[in-house]
Design a protein around this ligand. Sequence first.
Ligand code: GDP
Length: 195
Amino acid sequence: MKVTKADIVISAVKPEQYPVDQLPEIGLAGRSNVGKSSFINKMIARKNLARTSSRPGKTQTLNFYIINDQLYFVDVPGYGFAKVSKSEREAWGKMIERYIMERPQLKAVVLLVDLRHAPSVDDVLMYEWLKHYEIPVIIVATKCDKIPKGKWQKHLKVVKETLKKKPEDPLLLFSSETGYGKDAAWGSIIEHMKR
Ligand code: GDP
């Protein structure tokens, strides 16, 4: 997809603030530092839209980006639960749960994992949770430029087995550094948008 227009429309903390225009939405989730902002920026061919807009301090918001007036990317705040307090974790959980459960226009969630490491306990919980709510998941293993090509299959196997990936969910390689996997990621997103 050639992105000609991309803008952040709202950083929402509650459903009343979600956009009302019924366009399909693709969620983006992953632990902090996995490369989620870099993924968004690469996909929409912008240097800094995600990074600059999504980090006003540590506010936990759902950031809605409208793309070509056709769909929304919904940036879910990164997890990394070890570092946050129980109350913050609960607030995060409630906000995401509300969004996921009350949003028929949510077509899929892109779950980003780091190809270099086995998915964390939090990654596994996130995947299980999305599956519990029957949300289609596009698993994107990012930072693939950091692993030699000859080892990609081995690392993908670890990702697949650790997450207990469902056969219907695609697992794609990606690099924000080289742009590898961008077309495949768009292909999968567009396919899910039409469902
Ligand atoms: P976020 O916290 O998930 O939004 O992560 P960022 O997008 O801010 O990325 C975290 C760090 O990983 C930054 O230093 C990025 O430059 C780096 N990074 C992100 N994606 C890639 C990638 O595909 N390849 C490489 N080599 N580095 C990446």
